[in-house]
Design a protein around this ligand. Sequence first.
Ligand SMILES: [Zn+2]
Length: 271
Amino acid sequence: MRLLAAAFAATVLAASAFPQSDIVSTREMDRINWMEFGETVPSKIDTVLLPTGTLEPHGVANNGADNTAPTAMAKAIAKRTNAMIAPTLPYGITGSLEGYPGAFRISEKAYRPFVKEILEGLAKNGFRNIIILNGHGGGQTAVLQSVAEEVAIERKVRTLVINWWSFASDVTLEVFGEDGGHAGWNETAFIQAIDPTLVDQKRYEKDMATAYPRPGTWSAVPFPSSIGLYKEGEGYPKFDQAKADEYFRKVTDKVAGLIIEVRRKWDKAKL
Ligand SMILES: [Zn+2]
């Protein structure tokens, strides 16, 4: 019995260490050694996924939700998009939630050149397609898009920046039947699907959420709630595990589909 259990454990371990029928022992740049990297990039894999996020409050989810989400997404889609995964950049440009406990804000002055050198390093290492899986919006999105454009032009690589929560807003409506929000039902569900222990349901109360103001009506810093609803009355977290799992699957499918489609068109146009 004990021997059988050990044999079973060894099989499971082997399967997780070497994903079945993959062309590389790991998709993570953090985990691969230089020799295998050299044999793999760019000859077999010329796409890289770079998750970017920040540390900021997220209702009853973890402060690092914007890192947790794109990191898990990268792991879920790396094989089917034939990509390597660069280490997550977990510090970012937090905006009006910077005043909450545990939040970090990196200035644009420091962030922009640092991200640029990361993208340049990925290009130097042979990646032709650099995909930024961004987990945090606000001012960070514009900086990432502008840096990605510069590097694409200067290094003759192809870059794609994906803000998953916006790109998948139709999936939010499909799965939850309503709009979401920052740390709203959609984002909280995404985290719940990855690791339910990161969502502290018993601390939740509806009063933790505020609808974002229409542009030009009012603004407050710090924003009075760590849950910001895109639409009044919609997007309150409801912690439905089945919906969370469905949402994770559909969002990651949609993101993977975009990467594959954009890359196919780049190739077709010989860019
Ligand atoms: Zn977030």
